[in-house]
Design a protein around this ligand. Structure first.
Ligand code: NDP
Length: 445
């Protein structure tokens, strides 16, 4: 790493103790930025990096609610409003027991660069809670969401901060959150949240956008080697929103997705995942992947274990951070992997990324490859602002154009900085320069 940046990194890590995921995300970005500071010494003079690593505002709050037995439960809520140089803070809410400040900050930090890469007018933020929706009734989830919004509402707004979904937050949760916001403020402010239902201000393609976008980005990478998804053997991790839609899109392009997972195990379905059955089990019934295997012949269910033991030519990690380590990466490479597109945020450890890059595998980092979700959220905001709603075909075309544009931005930036094919460098520099220029223009704030 560049010596000037090392000193800044050390200060950032020391100021934010115990936040391992935030440290990892910061270090990964800093490793790309040496050459930018050679060209732009003004960024160092204006302390752009130091300012970028310090969120503009961090909110931590108590979320009290009652469960179905009438017992009082207490969770912790977070919203980190990281950077508003390019537009209102924008980023999802994650409800998962592992959530703490370090996770929210890593996600918010990544979101700044991701949102810049989309070319849309959105800043970076992220939030969530250590609440675990799994096993909770609809009524419990509703009471939790209402309590969460009773504090959050005062910090958000269509021109301030626009949350959306992430792990554990889908259409049901966004509905309860929006209802409570409307009730407290007495405003039908559609643009305050994205991922809404289609009949009340949502956008077609938003549910599919992250998974579809990841596949579109990966297809663009494959094209640079004269190939495509057609005929590829694909493994996807996770079986939530991003994973299911990645499976659907990859198969629509002629790939066979032979495996996917949840946090209990994984299925191997050599005939290709039945997307309809997967949606029924995971989205409609909110069941476990094990149930998919019980209802389809020829499917093996492996409890625990790693889905990365299944060989593939293309891998799409779509579950969670640090789910793919150096050993798994080495195994995938040995078994013939040619490309990896990150649907999740930071799913590959730093060791895994190094293995992929050394082996010459096409590697699309999450902040570029999974940006289709937030980009389509920005399209939802556009539709809300103009009180319009677009067709599926039109919106999907916009998503495709945005993903092709992000691929082009990453690839051309990597070329410009003398590292062709290095999408990590391309994404980090491409996103950073846009935000840094805007911060310089807006003065010391
Ligand atoms: P969901 O809650 O819909 O699905 C998450 C999936 O990942 C589930 O199958 C879940 O299994 C699995 N999973 C979660 N945690 C773990 C874990 N610790 N170990 C193994 N499996 C795990 O979330 P999304 O699909 O929305 O999000 C997935 C990833 O994509 C996250 O990294 C998120 O930040 C990222 N992302 C999401 C966007 C969106 O639009 N939703 C946008 C951009 C990125 P189980 O059901 O067993 O918990």
């Amino acid at each position: 790493m560049d010596a000037r940046l090392e000193a800044i990194r050390d200060t950032v890590l020391a100021r934010n103790p115990g936040e391992a995921e935030f440290h990892q995300a910061v270090v990964e970005v800093f490793e790309s930025l040496g050459p930018v500071h050679d060209r732009h010494p003004e960024f160092l003079e204006a302390a752009i990096l130091e300012r970028l690593c310090e969120p503009e505002r961090q909110i931590i709050f108590r979320v009290p609610w009652t469960d179905d037995q009438g017992r009082v439960q207490i969770n912790r809520g977070f919203r980190v409003e990281f950077n508003s140089a390019l537009g209102p803070y924008k980023g999802g809410l994650r409800f998962h027991p592992s959530v703490y400040l370090g996770i929210v900050k890593f996600l918010g930090f990544e979101q700044i660069f991701k949102n810049a890469l989309t070319g849309m007018p959105i800043g970076g933020g992220k939030g969530g809670s250590d609440f675990d929706p799994r096993g909770r009734s609809d009524a419990e989830v509703m009471r939790f969401c209402q309590s969460f919004m009773t504090e959050l509402y005062r910090h958000i707004g269509e021109y301030t901060d626009v949350p959306a979904g992430d792990i554990g937050v889908g259409g049901r949760e966004i509905g309860y959150l929006f209802g409570q916001y409307k009730r407290i403020t007495n405003r039908y402010e559609s643009g305050v949240l994205t991922g809404k239902g289609i009949s009340w201000g949502g956008s077609l393609v938003r549910p599919e956008a992250t998974g579809f976008g990841t596949v579109i980005f990966t297809e663009e990478m494959l094209k640079t080697r004269g190939t495509s998804f057609d005929g590829q053997r694909v493994v996807v991790s996770g079986s939530g929103n991003v994973a299911i839609n990645a499976v659907a899109k990859a198969q629509s392009l002629g790939a066979t997705v032979v495996a996917c997972s949840d946090s209990s195990g994984y299925v191997v379905d050599e005939a290709g995942i039945d997307v309809g059955l997967l949606r029924q089990v995971k989205e409609v019934e909110r069941g476990r992947l094990k149930d998919y295997a019980l209802r389809r012949s020829g499917v093996a269910y492996v409890e625990a274990g790693s889905v990365w033991d299944v060989d593939a030519t293309v891998a799409l990690p779509c579950a969670t951070q640090n789910e793919l380590d150096g050993d798994a990466a080495a195994r995938l490479v040995r078994n013939g992997l040619i490309a990896i597109g990150e649907g999740a945020n930071m799913p590959s450890t730093r060791e895994a990324v190094a293995v992929f890059q050394e082996a010459g595998v096409l590697f699309g980092p999450g902040k570029a490859a999974n940006a289709g979700g937030v980009a389509t959220s920005a399209l939802e905001m556009q539709q809300n602002a103009s009180r319009d709603s677009w067709s599926f075909e039109h919106t999907e075309q916009r998503l495709t154009d945005i993903m092709v544009g992000i691929h082009h931005r990453c690839a051309s930036t990597a070329d410009e900085y003398g590292e062709p094919g290095n999408y990590v460098l391309g994404a980090n520099i491409g996103g950073f320069v846009k935000v840094a220029d805007a911060m310089l223009a807006q003065g010391l704030i």
